[in-house]
Design a protein around this ligand. Structure first.
Ligand SMILES: C[S@@+](CC[C@H](N)C(=O)[O-])C[C@H]1O[C@@H](n2cnc3c(N)ncnc32)[C@H](O)[C@@H]1O
Length: 504
């Protein structure tokens, strides 16, 4: 468990990093901001001091008892007015930890776990990955799955407490986290990387071929460092991408001299479905691994088929996709009412290759999807055809989401008859888009997000009102009907969150 690490943060000890300063209170939902908010809450719960306690010495070794898990997946311990952040721990663990960075102003320190002196009752699982506790990819392989799900429910709750700016009364009770059918072997995409040799930049500048003294480590970041950890296998990956990783490692080793710099590798699962008419199962899926970013990968979700550029965004845990799409189908329209016209139109904002448009198509007559990636939009149109959507029912636009409402024919997309799915990237929606969304006033919204903190921030504006173009407070238009996590990423601290909103 002890980690050898050279003292490489000495100059920065006791200082705030630039990122830390920038992200503090900015609502960007970064790991640093989320951790700091957890630390501040822990400190609020202990005796208030007049002045910050002295930070520990660099590389001090401290005995600690872990009291809780932060939303970043790290254990937190409080000792002498200082919060210690200790990775790969569980509440109830007593540990020896070694400080490698201290934020004096904020009274917390980052540490490496040196050893567990007494194990928590929650530490019941044997990690399946030999790199667990060194690789930065997974945080929870030592914890039972039910515990991981309960923790993620709390992560969603805290995100709304810390980021939405809403009173508790405006946020419904967060639902239980929906489990992933597969808890290992689920990731359909892996992107390990390797760094260039130390002399690479100099060689390139002088016009020389880059020389590689040896095959570099190929893998993921080592926790708490900027070093790449050599990873031969990744048990959260599907069999196809794990096999692909082994082959790519051999290929890179054989051809390393052809690289002029470091690179990120792509391992993306693709499925070929063979129909069987005479057997118990009506089809057989053959899985392969694609390494070319521009090749087409194919995934099936129930009987829907999705072709996608292998290097572009597509959801990474295929096992949970039928569950999440059924959930959205069950909840997006809300209860039927005789007083209101039926909802027949869908706006799919940040639509990628048409995942929600296609999987929700049975509910709507008309759909418009928008995504900034022209390549994804080309595939979205092809996927609509592949899945037999009526040709004139669906339109896709390659543009920034901010241009959506200008392109919208409001005589066809009547707000009272329209639902919007929003599935932005981690940074969430920008204020301009949220303002236009409120001006349009669709009847129902379904906000899907891989960053619950930016989701909570954005939903806070939709519910609380935010500001108008002159910066004046405006009245919020929506109320939250439900919110809950879906465990797209078992063994890690990440949680996907789905919130359903209805117009007030
Ligand atoms: C999390 S993915 C969701 C894709 C799709 N809904 C799915 O489930 O496959 C986010 C998508 O937002 C797109 N995107 C990012 N910034 C955007 C912007 N400013 N306007 C429109 N689309 C954007 C990306 O290209 C990406 O396809």
């Amino acid at each position: 468990m002890a980690q050898k690490r050279p003292f490489n943060h000495g100059g920065k000890h006791f200082k705030k990093s630039k990122k830390q300063k920038k992200s503090s209170g900015a609502g960007d939902g970064s790991n640093e901001e989320v951790l700091l908010l957890d630390v501040q809450r822990v400190l609020r719960d202990v005796k208030i001091r007049d002045s910050a306690p002295p930070a520990p010495e660099p590389f001090a070794e401290v005995d600690l008892t872990i009291s809780e898990l932060s939303s970043t997946g790290d254990g937190l311990a409080i000792e002498d007015g200082q919060v210690y952040v200790v990775p790969f721990t569980a509440p109830g663990d007593t540990v020896l930890a070694k400080v490698y960075k201290a934020y004096q102003e904020d009274s917390y320190s980052l540490t490496d776990l040196v050893k567990i002196t007494s194990a928590s009752q929650h530490r019941t699982e044997t990690p399946k990955c030999p790199y667990f506790s060194r690789c930065s990819g997974c945080q929870f392989q030592h914890l039972p799955y039910a515990y991981q799900l309960a923790h993620k429910r709390r992560v969603v709750e805290k995100a709304y407490e810390n980021f939405s700016n809403l009173p508790a009364s405006a946020v419904p009770e967060v639902g239980d986290t929906i489990a992933s059918p597969l808890q290992y072997g689920y990731r359909t995409k892996l992107t390990p990387h390797f760094d260039g040799p130390p002399s690479g930049r100099r060689d390139r500048r002088s016009g020389q071929k880059v020389t590689w003294p040896e095959v570099p480590p190929i893998g993921y970041m080592q926790k708490g460092t900027r070093k790449t950890l050599d990873i031969e296998d990744c048990p959260i990956g599907t069999d196809a991408v794990r096999e692909g990783l082994k082959k790519e490692r051999v290929r890179v080793a054989e051809h390393i001299d052809e690289y002029q710099r470091g690179a990120t590798l792509l391992l993306r699962e693709s499925t070929t479905r063979e129909t069987k008419t005479d057997e118990e199962k009506s089809y057989v899926d053959e899985k392969t691994c694609i390494t070319d970013h521009n090749a087409t990968s194919t995934e099936y979700v129930d009987d829907f088929r999705f072709d996608n550029p292998a290097g572009s965004f597509f959801q990474n845990n295929n096992s949970i996709l039928p569950v999440v799409t059924q959930y959205v189908r069950d909840n997006i329209l809300g209860p039927t009412s005789n007083d209101q016209p039926p909802i027949t139109n869908l706006i799919d904002a940040y639509c990628g290759s048409g995942f929600f448009t296609v999987t929700l198509s049975s509910l709507f007559n008309k759909c418009i999807g928008i995504d900034i990636s022209p390549q994804s939009i080309t595939y979205a149109s092809a996927n609509a055809k592949l899945n037999n959507l009526a040709p004139d029912s669906t339109q896709f636009i390659a543009a920034d989401a901010n241009q959506l409402f200008d392109s919208l024919d409001k005589t066809r997309f009547i707000p009272a008859q329209t639902a919007v799915v929003l599935d932005p990237s981690r940074k969430g929606c920008d204020d301009n888009f949220l303002r236009q969304l409120m001006d349009f006033g669709a009847e129902r919204l379904c906000y899907v997000s891989c960053n619950v903190h930016t989701q909570a921030r954005d939903i806070g504006k939709l519910v609380g009102g935010g500001e108008d173009e002159e910066g004046l407070p405006r009245k919020g238009m929506y109320e939250i009907e439900s919110v809950r996590g879906f465990d797209f990423f078992p063994q890690t601290s990440h949680v996907e969150s789905v919130a359903i909103l209805k117009k007030r």
